[in-house]
Design a protein around this ligand. Structure first.
Ligand code: RIB
Length: 292
């Protein structure tokens, strides 16, 4: 009943600002933190804190940032045996601005994340396979096309919604997108109709995260909706990652999609009430309390 995450690890440089800078504008930071991040690592931590056994397949450089990220993942209970230490590139970095309203803008320097390969042996024995698009689409294709992954549930979080990633749709069982990503891949629209257009074979589901408005799951024969949970928003960085990690963890326990959706939605809202991405992921007891 374990989750295999194929994804990125970044050292996040998080600058708190009053308002996000506009093009051509210089603004003063209210504070600067260095925090563990990367969509793959964030999702792995969210799944582990929610009680899943989690393996992360990824890559970091042979540098201090790589050491720090591996240590924080190990502390969170994530198996990092399949995170490679590459000599050709430094550990990934992300430059994150967070406004007083909790909104963010992020620039990622991929580094070692662009060197990720997938060792076949690492794929065996997992129930759910979860990937995002900060690592090469070719590596995810190798994983999703394997017999081990075909026997499980393959979840693709199309963040960022790259053109190369679109080719993974036929190999995906559950696609998770936010409204911007949905509109990009569906060629416009951010509603149920647009989600339906992304279904390309029977048995697929498209989940659309709607921020404060909750989430929507669309398959050929059914639509599920979950309402947003009111939150005192401090920092939305990593909320989508929290949603994906918790959904994967719940599906790995055999929970039905509707229940997993409710858990993911509650967890994501909790994560917005705290600073940072990976450090903001809630634990099982906190999610259960929020659902009561
Ligand atoms: O989704 C949030 C994450 O995006 C950050 O942690 C940053 O590293 C980028 O990957």
């Amino acid at each position: 009943m374990s989750v295999c995450v194929i994804g990125s690890l970044n050292l996040d440089f998080v600058c708190r600002v009053d308002l996000l800078p506009r093009p051509g504008e210089t603004v003063a930071a209210l504070g600067l933190d260095r925090l563990p991040g990367g969509k793959g690592a964030n999702q792995a931590v969210a799944a582990a804190r929610c009680g899943a056994e989690v393996t992360l397949i990824g890559a970091v450089g042979q540098d201090d940032a790589g050491d720090a990220l591996l240590a924080s993942l190990t502390d969170a209970g994530v198996d990092v045996l399949n995170v490679a230490r590459v000599g050709r590139a430094p550990t990934g970095q992300a430059f994150v601005w967070v406004s007083a309203a909790g909104e963010n803008s992020i620039v990622v320097v991929g580094g070692a994340n662009l060197e990720v390969g997938v060792p076949g042996a690492a794929l065996k024995g997992h129930t759910v396979f979860l990937a995002q698009l900060e690592t090469p689409a070719a590596a995810i294709e190798t994983a999703f096309a394997s017999d081990a992954a075909k026997a499980g549930i393959r979840i693709l979080n199309a963040a960022p919604a790259t053109e190369a990633g679109r080719g993974l749709l036929p190999l995906t069982d559950i696609l998770i997108v936010n409204q911007t990503e949905l509109s990009l891949w569906a060629g416009g629209g951010a509603d149920e109709e647009a989600a339906l257009r992304l279904l390309c074979r029977p048995g697929q589901t498209v989940i659309v995260t709607l921020g404060a408005a909750g989430a929507l799951a669309v398959s050929a024969d059914c639509v599920l909706r979950v309402q947003g949970r009111p939150a005192r928003v401090f920092d939305t960085t990593g909320a989508g990652d929290c949603f994906c990690g918790v959904l994967a963890a719940r599906l790995a326990t055999g929970a039905p999609l509707g229940e997993a959706l409710a858990w993911a939605n509650a967890a994501a809202s909790l994560s917005t009430e705290r600073p940072g991405a990976a450090p903001a992921m809630p634990n099982l007891a906190e999610i259960e309390a929020a659902l009561r």
